[in-house]
Design a binder for this molecule. Structure first.
Ligand code: C5P
Length: 239
């Protein structure tokens, strides 16, 4: 298992329709204070060159493309992501153990490989939705089963809701990275997030890193907002 530097624990989600506002925000941020996440929208619009610009500015970049395909294709995509110099990538655990193992095997050929984490069940899906897909059991049971499969496949961790953190931590143990979106400082608007938790509560429950978008990106002063959130977790003392 790769040794993992967890600080800075805040990953700012860059969800913009164009490069300019994202780069304007990024020029006011500092790689020592946060990491950055690029998702499907920005990557599809702007391509790998945009990711490389962020990497060249010294930021750890989480490329959130949630790969899901046959093992050979996902392994090749992970290889391409590693060549961009990103810090973390992800895939869907429902692609199965052979897919996850192939991805990991390919990444291990890189001397400084990106971290690889899995999405278990999309938090937008209800118990009824996943039953229609064909999963047995509740979403909570499915999350735990796929988290165990992810750990058995040798990945570094999962992306999960802060509400799932306690159960997953109990089920899988300490040596497994838990990255959580759906985090809101007490003062912030909920936006479209329904089940949120404060940054400090998420960390105290066992999360390692927090993905936070609009409370920072939509703030009048994003750097001040980032610093406020950092201050709110400064008392966090990992066990
Ligand atoms: O702006 P906000 O803090 O809600 O952004 C959260 C980020 O995390 C977005 O990029 C969103 O796509 C992502 N995300 C999420 N909930 C999930 C998975 C990913 O909010 N369950």
């Amino acid at each position: 298992m790769k040794s993992i530097e967890k600080n800075p624990r805040i990953i700012v989600a860059l969800d913009y329709p164009a490069a300019e506002p994202a780069l304007e925000l990024v020029s006011g941020l500092d790689p020592a204070l946060c990491r950055l996440k690029v998702g499907k929208e920005m990557f599809t619009r702007l391509g790998p060159g945009f990711v490389e610009r962020l990497v060249s500015r010294g930021f750890d970049v989480f490329l959130d493309l949630k790969f899901h395909d046959i093992p050979n294709t996902v392994a090749a995509a992970c290889d391409a992501a590693a060549d961009l110099g990103v810090w973390m990538i992800n895939l869907h655990a429902s692609g199965g153990a052979p897919m996850m193992e192939a991805a990991m095997e390919r990444l291990n050929r890189h001397p400084n490989r990106p971290l690889l984490v899995a999405v278990t069940v999309l938090t937008s899906l209800s118990d009824q939705d996943i039953a229609k897909v064909g999963y047995r059991g509740t979403t909570a049971e499915t999350v735990l089963r796929l988290a165990a499969l992810t750990a058995d496949s040798g990945l570094d961790g999962i992306v999960c809701s802060p509400r799932e953190v306690t159960e997953v931590r109990r089920g899988i143990g300490q040596d497994f990275l838990l990255v959580t979106p759906g985090v809101r400082p007490r003062s912030a608007a909920l936006d479209d997030q329904k089940r949120v938790m404060t940054p400090l509560d998420a960390l105290n429950n066992g999360a390692d890193m927090l993905v936070i978008g609009r409370p920072i990106t939509a703030a009048a002063d994003p750097l001040a907002s980032l610093k406020d959130i950092r201050e709110s977790i400064s008392g966090f003392n990992p066990a």
